[in-house]
Design a protein around this ligand. Structure first.
Ligand SMILES: C[S@@+](CC[C@H](N)C(=O)[O-])C[C@H]1O[C@@H](n2cnc3c(N)ncnc32)[C@H](O)[C@@H]1O
Length: 196
């Protein structure tokens, strides 16, 4: 799924081809975000900006700060997000995060690019930029217990998803309280809350 070029006209179709439940994944993430009713949101791997746009439409008072390592994707996000309610900056998930603090951190289909150690480290850093009572919502590919449930092709190099159980453990170790809000085959949405 790493092999695509950015074109706002075709992006959704390409994603839907590789991830048939992409729109459902977006909807489930948006629901877990809206439930927390945040005012400040950090989107890690904002990419096309299309998921952030969906969230912004549901939360008219929210501001979204999106980071991505791809200047091309950031240019695409700038085309779809309202400039007065969004900030876009170049950044890698492996690097220090914007300090915030944020009411909510979200990430759709980007964290699976980090290996297990990288994910655990990222989850700890996310916990530190969340306000007390804040939430992290992760919507991503996972390694399903049954290999028959793999839908999206994984190259094992750029795409390195982890089992959901491991990610729940790393989120707990980061001091968050995770619960799975949706799971289907090799996709999952997890809301991980920071205590007050
Ligand atoms: C499949 S796209 C998903 C984009 C968007 N979140 C969405 O919902 O459609 C993955 C995005 O993650 C970004 N990305 C991948 N690895 C990254 C990293 N290590 N640091 C920052 N961005 C990364 C890519 O540039 C790409 O824009």
């Amino acid at each position: 799924m790493s092999d695509f070029t950015w074109d706002p006209e075709t992006y959704l179709d390409v994603m839907a081809e590789e991830i048939p439940d992409y729109r459902r994944l977006q909807a489930e993430l948006a629901a877990a975000v809206a439930e927390a009713d945040p005012r400040t949101i950090l989107d890690l791997g904002v990419g096309s900006g299309l998921t952030a746009k969906r969230v912004a439409e549901a939360l008219p008072d929210a501001r979204i700060h999106g980071i991505d390592e791809s200047e091309e994707m950031l240019a695409g996000a700038a085309q779809v997000l309202e400039p007065n309610r969004s900030t876009l900056s170049h950044g890698r998930l492996e690097d220090p995060l914007p300090k915030g603090p944020f009411d909510l951190v979200m990430s759709t289909l980007a964290v699976h690019h980090l290996d297990g150690e990288g994910k655990a480290d990222l989850f700890s850093r996310i916990a530190r930029v969340l306000v007390s009572g804040g939430r992290f919502v992760l919507a991503d590919l996972v390694v399903p217990p049954d290999p028959e449930d793999v839908v999206t092709p994984i190259d094992g190099v750029v795409d390195v998803p982890s089992p959901l159980a491991d990610q729940l453990e790393w989120l707990s170790e980061a001091g968050l309280t995770p619960h799975v809000t949706w799971q289907h085959r090799d996709l999952a949405v997890v809301a991980a809350d920071k205590g007050r």
